[in-house]
Design a protein. Structure first.
Length: 266
């Protein structure tokens, strides 16, 4: 199984040792630039990884000093023009659902090692069982409301659950930045580490978890993850429907930038 996906996806690098699988996000070996291909591949990657019984603990991390704070808008416009607006939006909904659904459905414990800015889909790594961050990590939703999009693709219930209803709404409506220390204080981050210590600590924790039997690892993941599964089932489709309705209200632009540093958006 590992060989079937290890070199298949351009934005995902894999390393496996002793049943521990590290998934590292990247674009051409540097920090990830989130694009339409990446959006499509996330779900397939998590599905394949989850079906590989050789993976007993999973580590998700990024590259360089950013987890995900760069966005390729042009790739989505190109996809809409290729498939047509209606089919393109249906594809975005299907891919977005599969991305989070497959992550939530991973059957073994997941450790997120957030290596810096998480401004685009920062809701993904905080769904892990253990969340480690570097001391310069910063969480923000810079891909939705503040740039004119409805936060309906999962971020709405992830942040409301982690921060509380009012604080979660404030976070999404204002583009609030939450530092590593603040995230630790709020309780959705387990440890704040230096950049040099991040991955060694992730692997140390993973090795500790991997000492348990497969039945214990899988059973514990199932029971600890039940609330996320229920929230996803109840709220994802209705939220994404609102996001797509808002997209339909505006015509497709003639062009869009291939690389936006979303951390620079005020």
């Amino acid at each position: 199984m590992f060989e079937s996906y290890a070199t298949r996806f351009p934005n995902f690098a894999f390393e496996r040792r002793d049943g521990i699988l590290e998934i590292r996000l990247h674009t051409n070996g540097g920090p990830l630039i989130f694009d339409e291909r990446c959006h499509q591949d996330f779900g397939e990657v998590f599905d394949l990884v989850g079906r590989d019984f050789g993976n007993r603990v999973i580590i998700l991390t990024g590259t360089g000093n950013r987890f995900c704070a760069d966005f390729n808008y042009a790739s989505f416009i190109e996809m809409y023009r290729k498939y047509g607006q209606e089919a393109g939006y249906a594809k975005v909904v299907a891919d977005g659902r599969r991305m989070l659904q497959a992550f939530v459905d991973l059957p073994v414990p997941v450790i997120s090692a957030v290596n810096g800015l998480a401004h685009t889909h920062g809701d993904l790594p905080v769904l892990a069982d253990v969340v480690l961050v570097t001391d310069d990590t910063e969480f923000r939703d810079a891909a939705h409301f503040i740039v004119g999009a409805v936060p309906g693709d999962g971020s709405q219930f992830v942040w409301a659950e982690l921060l509380g209803q009012n604080a979660g709404r404030y976070f999404m409506l204002t583009g609030q930045r939450i530092s590593a220390a603040e995230a630790k204080g709020l309780g959705f981050v387990g440890e704040v580490l230096s950049r040099e210590a991040l991955m060694p600590r992730a692997w140390e924790l993973a090795a500790g978890l991997a000492r348990q039997s497969d039945a214990v690892l899988r059973g514990t993941r199932y029971v600890l993850n039940s609330k996320w599964r229920n929230l996803f089932h109840d709220q994802f489709i209705s939220g994404f429907a609102q996001e797509v309705i808002a997209l339909y209200a505006d015509p497709l632009p003639d062009s869009a930038p291939e690389h936006v540093d979303v951390a620079a958006i005020p």
